[in-house]
Design a protein around this ligand. Sequence first.
Ligand code: KG4
Ligand code: ZN
Length: 333
Amino acid sequence: MGKKPTLILGIESSCDETAAAILKDGKILANKVAGQAVHTAYGGVVPELASRAHQSHIVPVVSEALKEAGIEPGELDAIAYTRGPGLMGSLLVGSSFAKSLSLALGIPLIPVNHMHGHIASHFIENDLAFPFLCLTVSGGHTQIVRVDSFTEMQVLGETTDDAAGEAFDKAAKILGLPYPGGPEVDKLAESGNENAFSFSHPRVPGLDYSFSGLKTSFLYFVRKLSAHEVQERRHDICASYRKAIIDVLMEKLIRATEETGIKNVGIAGGVAANKGLRRRMEAERMARGWKVSIPAFQYCTDNAAMIAMAGYYLYREGKTGSQEEAAKARYEL
Ligand code: KG4
Ligand code: ZN
């Protein structure tokens, strides 16, 4: 008789996506995400509305994941959930649900750091050897992480102010594009000239980042143009701004590979869905002889498969949690 497979339910609710996934021995059986259109009218995520939407989505999303995976709740071995970082009200919905279900089923809980989850997106269908460097770029974080195993990692550098995703989203807002702006800027940039305009690059020591200056210079740049000029040149403006962000991200990532001697490199997080950044990673791979891992689009933006995957490896190492652990809005990796 073979060993019984390990079935993990993953739950993600850190921001404005309610997500559930089921893994069987580290392979995805189901991966469900419910977005929250309610924020579009406000041009950004409204925390109170996000919590309420999670509250109404969580039960149907988990039920759908179980149904798609074709398993009964009683077959689950453990529940992995996002403990933080994120919006407190949103985290409380996912963590309370996970805790109740774990009590009801009598199975362990696995608290997962959301940033660890993003890194675990590389374990879904890529096989980058350890150690590797991960540039995690999301709406709230920008980090260069040295990853030594499925569960051991260390932050080498991070943003001192805004995240790369925020830099995209704020520029989109200045241009009057709908929220979330990152994908909109990326779309316009695809048919623009990235050398049309230049934006000054920040100077930050070591492997840290800063994006607030870039965002401000974008604001002043756009203010100097007439509404007509902005409309006419929006493709070139987006392409040039996207290039500036990518240049900043890559400069430190390249430095990190040189300082550590590690040439296995991945990108993760929502901004890793950016077409320009994905192409640049491919170009650097060719130029520098890197081994590169770029997760599929659906595993870059927030999802529960990555949380379940991080949880699966923690579970294998016996790193489970308890009912006492509280959700954490700020949670260091
Ligand atoms: O990882 P994620 O889904 O949520 C957080 O953990 O924050 O990242 C969301 C961020 C947003 O800032 C969004 O605009 C950005 O990722 N994003 C993009 C693209 N797709 C999502 N930014 C640039 N280009 C994209 N294609
Ligand atoms: Zn995220």
